[in-house]
Design a protein around this ligand. Structure first.
Ligand code: PEP
Ligand code: MG
Length: 324
Protein backbone atom coordinates (compact mmCIF):
# COMPACT_ATOMS: atom_id res chain seq x y z
CA UNK A 1 0.00 0.00 0.00
CA UNK A 2 1.23 3.46 -0.84
CA UNK A 3 2.06 6.03 1.82
CA UNK A 4 -0.76 8.17 0.47
CA UNK A 5 -3.30 5.44 1.20
CA UNK A 6 -1.86 4.53 4.57
CA UNK A 7 -2.14 8.13 5.68
CA UNK A 8 -5.92 7.81 5.33
CA UNK A 9 -6.19 5.16 8.09
CA UNK A 10 -7.62 7.52 10.67
CA UNK A 11 -9.15 10.04 8.28
CA UNK A 12 -12.95 10.22 8.26
CA UNK A 13 -14.77 8.81 5.24
CA UNK A 14 -16.30 12.02 3.88
CA UNK A 15 -16.79 12.98 0.24
CA UNK A 16 -15.32 16.29 -1.00
CA UNK A 17 -18.83 17.76 -0.80
CA UNK A 18 -19.31 16.70 2.80
CA UNK A 19 -21.26 13.42 2.71
CA UNK A 20 -20.16 10.96 5.40
CA UNK A 21 -20.49 7.19 5.15
CA UNK A 22 -19.37 4.58 7.68
CA UNK A 23 -16.85 1.93 6.74
CA UNK A 24 -17.22 -1.29 8.69
CA UNK A 25 -15.21 -4.48 8.32
CA UNK A 26 -16.16 -8.08 7.63
CA UNK A 27 -14.52 -10.58 9.97
CA UNK A 28 -14.74 -14.27 10.77
CA UNK A 29 -11.39 -15.79 11.61
CA UNK A 30 -9.55 -14.34 14.57
CA UNK A 31 -6.74 -13.37 12.23
CA UNK A 32 -9.19 -11.12 10.38
CA UNK A 33 -10.21 -9.54 13.67
CA UNK A 34 -6.58 -8.80 14.51
CA UNK A 35 -5.93 -7.31 11.07
CA UNK A 36 -9.03 -5.12 11.26
CA UNK A 37 -8.73 -3.77 14.79
CA UNK A 38 -6.42 -0.87 13.88
CA UNK A 39 -7.82 -0.33 10.40
CA UNK A 40 -9.68 2.85 11.31
CA UNK A 41 -13.04 1.14 10.70
CA UNK A 42 -16.31 2.16 12.34
CA UNK A 43 -16.89 -1.35 13.74
CA UNK A 44 -17.77 -4.77 12.37
CA UNK A 45 -20.62 -4.87 9.87
CA UNK A 46 -20.51 -8.63 9.44
CA UNK A 47 -18.85 -11.21 11.66
CA UNK A 48 -19.32 -14.66 10.14
CA UNK A 49 -19.71 -17.08 13.06
CA UNK A 50 -19.61 -20.35 11.15
CA UNK A 51 -15.86 -21.05 11.13
CA UNK A 52 -15.64 -22.65 14.62
CA UNK A 53 -18.69 -24.73 13.71
CA UNK A 54 -17.10 -25.90 10.45
CA UNK A 55 -13.70 -26.70 11.91
CA UNK A 56 -14.74 -28.77 14.93
CA UNK A 57 -16.25 -32.23 15.17
CA UNK A 58 -19.30 -31.11 17.20
CA UNK A 59 -21.29 -27.97 17.94
CA UNK A 60 -19.23 -25.57 20.08
CA UNK A 61 -20.76 -25.16 23.55
CA UNK A 62 -22.35 -21.97 24.82
CA UNK A 63 -19.27 -21.11 26.87
CA UNK A 64 -16.90 -21.89 23.99
CA UNK A 65 -18.94 -19.64 21.73
CA UNK A 66 -19.15 -16.96 24.39
CA UNK A 67 -15.36 -16.79 24.67
CA UNK A 68 -15.02 -16.37 20.90
CA UNK A 69 -17.66 -13.66 20.67
CA UNK A 70 -16.18 -11.85 23.66
CA UNK A 71 -12.84 -11.66 21.84
CA UNK A 72 -14.47 -9.90 18.88
CA UNK A 73 -16.80 -7.66 20.87
CA UNK A 74 -14.05 -6.51 23.22
CA UNK A 75 -11.51 -6.03 20.43
CA UNK A 76 -13.70 -3.35 18.82
CA UNK A 77 -15.64 -1.93 21.80
CA UNK A 78 -17.09 0.64 22.03
CA UNK A 79 -17.59 0.37 18.25
CA UNK A 80 -20.53 -1.82 17.20
CA UNK A 81 -19.94 -5.45 16.25
CA UNK A 82 -22.53 -7.27 14.16
CA UNK A 83 -22.53 -11.00 14.86
CA UNK A 84 -24.35 -13.01 12.24
CA UNK A 85 -26.11 -16.12 13.45
CA UNK A 86 -25.00 -19.45 12.03
CA UNK A 87 -25.17 -19.60 8.23
CA UNK A 88 -24.39 -23.20 7.34
CA UNK A 89 -25.86 -25.34 4.60
CA UNK A 90 -25.45 -24.25 1.00
CA UNK A 91 -21.74 -24.50 0.32
CA UNK A 92 -20.98 -24.95 4.03
CA UNK A 93 -22.25 -28.32 5.34
CA UNK A 94 -21.43 -29.37 8.91
CA UNK A 95 -19.45 -32.62 8.97
CA UNK A 96 -21.12 -33.83 12.21
CA UNK A 97 -24.72 -32.86 11.47
CA UNK A 98 -26.82 -34.46 8.76
CA UNK A 99 -27.69 -32.03 5.98
CA UNK A 100 -28.54 -33.75 2.75
CA UNK A 101 -29.75 -31.29 0.20
CA UNK A 102 -30.18 -32.22 -3.41
CA UNK A 103 -29.92 -28.51 -4.18
CA UNK A 104 -28.25 -26.96 -1.14
CA UNK A 105 -28.40 -23.32 -2.19
CA UNK A 106 -32.18 -23.60 -2.41
CA UNK A 107 -32.33 -25.83 0.60
CA UNK A 108 -31.89 -25.96 4.31
CA UNK A 109 -29.44 -23.17 5.02
CA UNK A 110 -29.01 -20.09 7.17
CA UNK A 111 -31.89 -19.03 9.38
CA UNK A 112 -34.10 -21.83 8.03
CA UNK A 113 -31.92 -24.44 9.61
CA UNK A 114 -31.46 -22.68 12.96
CA UNK A 115 -35.17 -21.90 13.33
CA UNK A 116 -35.85 -25.61 12.86
CA UNK A 117 -33.39 -26.23 15.70
CA UNK A 118 -34.16 -23.62 18.35
CA UNK A 119 -31.71 -25.32 20.72
CA UNK A 120 -28.83 -24.51 18.33
CA UNK A 121 -30.15 -20.98 17.81
CA UNK A 122 -30.79 -20.26 21.52
CA UNK A 123 -27.35 -21.53 22.53
CA UNK A 124 -25.74 -19.19 20.04
CA UNK A 125 -27.89 -16.17 20.94
CA UNK A 126 -27.26 -16.71 24.66
CA UNK A 127 -23.53 -16.94 24.03
CA UNK A 128 -23.68 -13.64 22.10
CA UNK A 129 -25.73 -11.93 24.81
CA UNK A 130 -23.49 -13.18 27.60
CA UNK A 131 -20.42 -12.03 25.70
CA UNK A 132 -21.88 -8.54 25.38
CA UNK A 133 -22.41 -7.97 29.12
CA UNK A 134 -20.53 -4.83 30.13
CA UNK A 135 -19.66 -4.03 26.49
CA UNK A 136 -23.08 -3.30 25.02
CA UNK A 137 -21.83 -3.08 21.43
CA UNK A 138 -23.57 -6.22 20.15
CA UNK A 139 -25.74 -6.29 17.07
CA UNK A 140 -27.26 -9.55 15.89
CA UNK A 141 -27.98 -10.26 12.24
CA UNK A 142 -29.91 -13.12 10.63
CA UNK A 143 -28.89 -14.71 7.31
CA UNK A 144 -31.15 -15.85 4.48
CA UNK A 145 -34.37 -14.21 5.63
CA UNK A 146 -37.04 -14.90 3.01
CA UNK A 147 -40.31 -14.65 4.96
CA UNK A 148 -41.63 -12.23 7.58
CA UNK A 149 -42.55 -15.16 9.81
CA UNK A 150 -38.85 -15.94 10.13
CA UNK A 151 -38.19 -12.41 11.32
CA UNK A 152 -40.87 -12.75 13.95
CA UNK A 153 -39.69 -16.17 15.11
CA UNK A 154 -36.09 -15.03 15.34
CA UNK A 155 -37.05 -11.94 17.34
CA UNK A 156 -39.15 -14.09 19.69
CA UNK A 157 -36.20 -16.43 20.25
CA UNK A 158 -33.90 -13.50 21.04
CA UNK A 159 -36.46 -12.31 23.60
CA UNK A 160 -36.67 -15.83 25.05
CA UNK A 161 -32.90 -16.08 25.31
CA UNK A 162 -32.83 -12.82 27.27
CA UNK A 163 -35.60 -14.02 29.60
CA UNK A 164 -33.83 -17.32 30.27
CA UNK A 165 -30.56 -15.51 30.97
CA UNK A 166 -32.38 -13.12 33.25
CA UNK A 167 -33.78 -16.10 35.19
CA UNK A 168 -30.17 -17.29 35.59
CA UNK A 169 -29.28 -13.89 37.01
CA UNK A 170 -27.57 -12.61 33.84
CA UNK A 171 -28.93 -9.22 32.95
CA UNK A 172 -28.43 -8.28 29.29
CA UNK A 173 -29.16 -5.18 27.24
CA UNK A 174 -31.49 -5.61 24.26
CA UNK A 175 -29.23 -5.88 21.21
CA UNK A 176 -30.03 -4.20 17.92
CA UNK A 177 -31.23 -6.88 15.52
CA UNK A 178 -31.07 -6.87 11.75
CA UNK A 179 -31.75 -8.95 8.67
CA UNK A 180 -29.53 -9.72 5.73
CA UNK A 181 -31.22 -8.92 2.46
CA UNK A 182 -29.71 -11.61 0.26
CA UNK A 183 -32.69 -13.48 -1.15
CA UNK A 184 -34.61 -11.76 -3.97
CA UNK A 185 -37.89 -12.12 -2.04
CA UNK A 186 -36.43 -10.01 0.75
CA UNK A 187 -35.77 -7.14 -1.68
CA UNK A 188 -39.48 -7.00 -2.43
CA UNK A 189 -40.31 -7.16 1.27
CA UNK A 190 -37.57 -4.81 2.38
CA UNK A 191 -40.06 -2.27 3.65
CA UNK A 192 -41.89 -4.80 5.82
CA UNK A 193 -38.58 -6.17 7.05
CA UNK A 194 -37.28 -2.66 7.81
CA UNK A 195 -40.30 -2.11 10.05
CA UNK A 196 -39.54 -5.29 11.98
CA UNK A 197 -35.82 -4.80 12.42
CA UNK A 198 -33.45 -2.17 13.75
CA UNK A 199 -31.29 -2.35 10.61
CA UNK A 200 -30.89 -4.17 7.30
CA UNK A 201 -27.76 -5.22 5.47
CA UNK A 202 -27.59 -6.26 1.84
CA UNK A 203 -25.67 -9.50 1.32
CA UNK A 204 -24.83 -8.83 -2.29
CA UNK A 205 -22.86 -12.07 -2.77
CA UNK A 206 -25.89 -14.25 -2.29
CA UNK A 207 -28.28 -11.69 -3.69
CA UNK A 208 -26.37 -11.59 -7.00
CA UNK A 209 -26.12 -15.38 -7.03
CA UNK A 210 -29.87 -15.79 -6.56
CA UNK A 211 -30.90 -12.94 -8.86
CA UNK A 212 -28.69 -14.18 -11.68
CA UNK A 213 -29.16 -17.89 -10.93
CA UNK A 214 -25.40 -18.31 -11.08
CA UNK A 215 -23.37 -20.50 -8.74
CA UNK A 216 -20.09 -18.63 -8.42
CA UNK A 217 -18.25 -21.82 -7.52
CA UNK A 218 -19.25 -23.48 -10.77
CA UNK A 219 -16.51 -22.68 -13.29
CA UNK A 220 -18.88 -23.30 -16.18
CA UNK A 221 -21.04 -20.31 -15.28
CA UNK A 222 -18.83 -18.26 -12.93
CA UNK A 223 -18.16 -15.68 -15.65
CA UNK A 224 -21.89 -14.88 -15.65
CA UNK A 225 -21.65 -13.79 -12.03
CA UNK A 226 -21.46 -10.03 -12.27
CA UNK A 227 -22.17 -7.43 -9.58
CA UNK A 228 -22.38 -4.83 -12.33
CA UNK A 229 -25.35 -6.59 -13.90
CA UNK A 230 -28.09 -3.95 -14.13
CA UNK A 231 -30.55 -6.23 -12.29
CA UNK A 232 -28.17 -6.48 -9.33
CA UNK A 233 -27.56 -2.73 -9.20
CA UNK A 234 -31.27 -1.97 -9.35
CA UNK A 235 -32.14 -4.48 -6.62
CA UNK A 236 -29.43 -3.13 -4.32
CA UNK A 237 -30.62 0.42 -5.01
CA UNK A 238 -34.19 -0.55 -4.06
CA UNK A 239 -33.08 -1.69 -0.63
CA UNK A 240 -31.09 1.50 -0.03
CA UNK A 241 -34.14 3.54 -1.09
CA UNK A 242 -36.32 1.76 1.46
CA UNK A 243 -33.82 2.63 4.18
CA UNK A 244 -33.89 6.30 3.19
CA UNK A 245 -37.70 6.33 3.02
CA UNK A 246 -38.12 4.76 6.45
CA UNK A 247 -35.14 6.38 8.11
CA UNK A 248 -33.67 2.95 8.92
CA UNK A 249 -29.95 2.29 8.68
CA UNK A 250 -29.16 0.06 5.74
CA UNK A 251 -25.65 -1.20 5.06
CA UNK A 252 -24.18 -3.58 2.51
CA UNK A 253 -21.69 -6.30 3.31
CA UNK A 254 -21.18 -8.30 0.12
CA UNK A 255 -17.94 -8.07 -1.81
CA UNK A 256 -19.19 -5.28 -4.11
CA UNK A 257 -18.76 -2.92 -1.12
CA UNK A 258 -15.02 -3.57 -1.41
CA UNK A 259 -14.78 -2.43 -5.06
CA UNK A 260 -13.85 1.28 -5.04
CA UNK A 261 -15.92 2.23 -8.12
CA UNK A 262 -18.98 0.32 -7.00
CA UNK A 263 -18.55 1.65 -3.46
CA UNK A 264 -18.93 5.17 -4.85
CA UNK A 265 -22.23 4.16 -6.47
CA UNK A 266 -23.34 2.56 -3.19
CA UNK A 267 -22.61 5.85 -1.40
CA UNK A 268 -24.79 7.59 -3.99
CA UNK A 269 -27.59 5.09 -3.35
CA UNK A 270 -27.65 6.31 0.25
CA UNK A 271 -26.25 3.41 2.24
CA UNK A 272 -25.44 4.38 5.81
CA UNK A 273 -22.38 2.17 5.73
CA UNK A 274 -20.35 -0.31 3.74
CA UNK A 275 -18.84 -3.41 5.31
CA UNK A 276 -15.79 -4.86 3.60
CA UNK A 277 -12.65 -6.88 4.13
CA UNK A 278 -10.14 -4.73 6.00
CA UNK A 279 -7.64 -5.13 3.15
CA UNK A 280 -9.97 -3.14 0.87
CA UNK A 281 -10.75 -0.39 3.32
CA UNK A 282 -8.17 2.24 2.38
CA UNK A 283 -8.67 1.97 -1.38
CA UNK A 284 -12.41 2.31 -0.91
CA UNK A 285 -11.98 5.21 1.50
CA UNK A 286 -9.71 6.94 -0.99
CA UNK A 287 -12.37 6.66 -3.72
CA UNK A 288 -15.16 7.88 -1.42
CA UNK A 289 -13.06 10.86 -0.31
CA UNK A 290 -12.19 11.71 -3.91
CA UNK A 291 -15.49 11.58 -5.82
CA UNK A 292 -18.07 14.20 -4.85
CA UNK A 293 -21.48 12.83 -3.89
CA UNK A 294 -23.04 14.98 -6.62
CA UNK A 295 -20.89 13.38 -9.30
CA UNK A 296 -21.59 9.92 -7.87
CA UNK A 297 -25.33 10.58 -7.96
CA UNK A 298 -25.31 11.57 -11.61
CA UNK A 299 -23.17 8.54 -12.55
CA UNK A 300 -25.52 6.33 -10.52
CA UNK A 301 -28.54 7.71 -12.38
CA UNK A 302 -26.89 6.66 -15.65
CA UNK A 303 -25.79 3.30 -14.26
CA UNK A 304 -29.35 2.51 -13.19
CA UNK A 305 -30.43 3.09 -16.80
CA UNK A 306 -27.69 0.86 -18.21
CA UNK A 307 -28.70 -2.21 -20.18
CA UNK A 308 -25.38 -4.06 -20.07
CA UNK A 309 -22.83 -4.61 -17.29
CA UNK A 310 -20.15 -3.23 -19.61
CA UNK A 311 -21.92 0.11 -19.68
CA UNK A 312 -21.78 0.24 -15.89
CA UNK A 313 -18.09 -0.62 -15.97
CA UNK A 314 -17.42 2.10 -18.54
CA UNK A 315 -19.26 4.70 -16.45
CA UNK A 316 -17.25 3.73 -13.38
CA UNK A 317 -13.94 3.82 -15.23
CA UNK A 318 -14.72 7.21 -16.67
CA UNK A 319 -15.71 8.56 -13.25
CA UNK A 320 -12.52 7.31 -11.59
CA UNK A 321 -10.33 8.55 -14.47
CA UNK A 322 -11.85 12.01 -14.37
CA UNK A 323 -11.48 12.47 -10.63
CA UNK A 324 -8.67 10.11 -9.66
C1 PEP B 1 -23.42 -12.21 1.22
O1 PEP B 1 -24.11 -13.17 0.88
O2 PEP B 1 -23.26 -11.19 0.50
C2 PEP B 1 -22.75 -12.18 2.52
C3 PEP B 1 -22.23 -11.07 2.98
O3 PEP B 1 -22.64 -13.32 3.22
P1 PEP B 1 -21.78 -14.61 2.79
O4 PEP B 1 -20.79 -14.14 1.76
O5 PEP B 1 -21.16 -15.07 4.06
O6 PEP B 1 -22.83 -15.52 2.28
MG1 MG C 1 -24.76 -14.68 2.25
Amino acid sequence: LSEELRALTHAPCISPDGHEIQLYVNTGLLAEVELAVDSGCAGVGLHRTEFPFLMGDRFPSESEQMALYQDVLSAFAPLPVTLRTLDVGGDKPLPYFPMHDENPFLGWRGLRMTLDHPEIFLTQIKAMLRASVGLNNLRIMFPMVSRLEEAEQAAALVARARTELDEDGVETAAPLVGALIEVPAAVYQAESLAKRFDFLSVGSNDLAQYLLAVDRNNAQVASLYDERHPAVLRAVNEVAAVGKRLGKPVTICGSMAGEPGLAVLLMAMGFEGLSLNSGRLLRVKWALRTIPLQTAQSVLAQALEAEYPEQVSALITQMLDTHG
